[in-house]
Design a protein around this ligand. Structure first.
Ligand SMILES: Cc1cc2nc3c(=O)[nH]c(=O)nc-3n(C[C@H](O)[C@H](O)[C@H](O)COP(=O)(O)OP(=O)(O)OC[C@H]3O[C@@H](n4cnc5c(N)ncnc54)[C@H](O)[C@@H]3O)c2cc1C
Length: 428
């Protein structure tokens, strides 16, 4: 009989892990309280870009800290009370923005982003949904000069990892994206990037393939977990699930799930929003466009133009704050022939972020059969398949093709069970 593994969370990370485990002969059950791909993995900008290895907390953020403190930028807003309550996370997040640590973070993240497109393509081939992918790059546009800054930290990292890119002047931009209004003075195309036209549907289709190949999905919320001998028992309102191994891939809820096993996790969230709009006068975009100075991304999706916002640092479950979306609306209207918002509601998602902006991929400190894969901040859609491969290799006892030591979960996962001090056990 094949060995069994339960995977909690059917987002980009959990579904991808389930597929890779299944390929290795595991009897896999995927559990989610929602349908697959309906949470964070649903509402993102759909970008797959090898050059997305620079985290938000880079030296660039460090430099602009004074202006960000005003708390009026579309790129970043914060709730001061929330920050003060979560000071250990906030301080370590800031600490990680120093150049030396940022360089290391970029290197670790590049090991994931550099293979993200090829890993998605392998899944798409298995599933037959390559039509969702457009390989036309990712375009940054600038209203004012200087535009793309060759001396910025980001540009240096792009050069360090040989990420292909091309500068465009105003005329060339108009040829590349004729529907953009002539308000932009320059652009920079990350020419190796790609995007998908419906991230939620992409993950749903991956999950359907998992089921077609014999995988099981249970629609339930896990509310208790017990480790008994070499078995793990998960309980939900719809029953009990026992398996040899457990993988927690619950994105921004991973801390809550791990608390059921008496772990505390230093996990924050970078909230973000999207709204869908109709376009007027036959306007369309050939690729995702990032208006860098105005702080929003426009992505052509199946359901219309998806506009995604910057970062809102607040509690995951606090009331949504649409201030950033409202703030950028006039700028979007300046950029393209924007029609009405579609009937889809404004969406809020929570990018799961550990203080050093690297995910946790591996085994938890005190259990031999409990694994985690979460904390993929802004790049979890693209890095799902490679993360799934790495964790499946680990659970299967295979050698990883990528060095996973930078993603060691024990960086931020601690047991809350009080151990007896050594001297008390010595006293017998
Ligand atoms: C505005 C925005 C734009 C973004 N743009 C991009 C982009 O262009 N490219 C990119 O790569 N990434 C992007 N991201 C980041 C990306 O969306 C996330 O990193 C990724 O979706 C995280 O995936 P996940 O599987 O870890 O989490 P999720 O997709 O949230 O999945 C976790 C799942 O766990 C389930 N769950 C939680 N607790 C339980 C429980 N107790 N029992 C059962 N189920 C449970 C949830 O229901 C959920 O389905 C963006 C994010 C945002 C917010």
């Amino acid at each position: 009989m094949s060995k069994s593994v339960s995977v909690i969370g059917a987002g980009s990370i959990g579904v991808s892990s389930a597929l890779h485990l299944q390929q290795r002969g595991w009897d896999v059950t995927l559990i989610d309280r929602k349908a697959p791909g309906r949470e964070t993995s649903y509402g993102n900008a759909g970008i797959i870009n090898s050059g997305s290895m620079v985290a938000l907390n880079s030296p660039a953020m460090h430099k602009s800290l004074a202006s960000l403190l005003k708390n009026d930028k579309p790129q970043l807003r914060y709730n001061l009370k929330h920050i003060l309550k979560n000071l250990p996370w906030a301080l370590q997040f800031l600490q990680a923005s120093k150049t030396r640590q940022s360089d290391k973070t970029s290197e670790a993240l590049y090991s994931l982003t550099s293979v993200s497109l090829q890993e998605h393509k392998a899944f798409m081939q298995r599933v037959g949904n390559s039509h969702r992918l457009t390989e036309a790059g990712w375009l940054r546009v600038y209203r004012k000069e200087p535009g793309f800054d060759d001396n910025s930290y980001d540009a240096k990292q792009l050069r360090r990892f040989n990420i292909p890119g091309q500068k465009f002047n105003a005329d060339e931009l108009r040829e590349l994206e004729p529907s953009l209004k002539p308000i932009y003075s320059s652009g920079y195309l990350l020419s190796g990037a790609a995007s998908v036209n419906n991230p939620g549907a992409l993950i749903t289709e991956y999950a359907e393939q998992f089921v077609a190949d014999g995988g099981k999905i249970i629609n339930a919320e896990i509310n208790a977990i017990e480790s008994r001998g070499d078995r793990v028992i998960c309980r939900s309102s719809s029953g009990v699930l026992e398996s040899d191994q457990l993988l927690v891939a619950a994105g921004p809820w991973s801390g809550d799930v791990l608390a059921l096993l008496n772990y505390s996790v230093l996990l924050g969230v970078e909230r973000g929003y999207h709204a869908h709009y109709h376009l007027l006068n036959g306007a369309s975009l050939g690729r995702s466009v990032f208006d860098v100075q105005s702080g929003f991304i426009m992505s052509p999706m199946e359901m219309g133009l998806r506009v995604t916002t910057g970062v809102d640092l607040d509690h995951r479950d606090a009331k949504p704050n649409h201030a950033q979306l409202n703030q950028v609306l006039p700028s979007i209207k300046e950029a393209i022939d924007l029609g009405e918002q579609t009937s889809d509601p404004i969406w809020q998602g929570n990018r799961p972020t550990l203080p050093d902006s690297k995910p946790a991929i591996g085994k938890v400190p005190d259990h031999s059969n409990v694994w985690v894969a979460f904390g993929h901040q802004h790049i979890g859609l693209m890095t799902g398949p490679i993360t799934g491969k790495l964790i499946a290799e680990q659970i299967s006892g295979e050698k990883n093709e990528i060095d996973i030591t930078p993603f060691d979960p024990s960086r931020y996962i601690r047991s809350t069970v009080r151990r007896k001090p050594v001297w008390s056990s010595l006293k017998g």
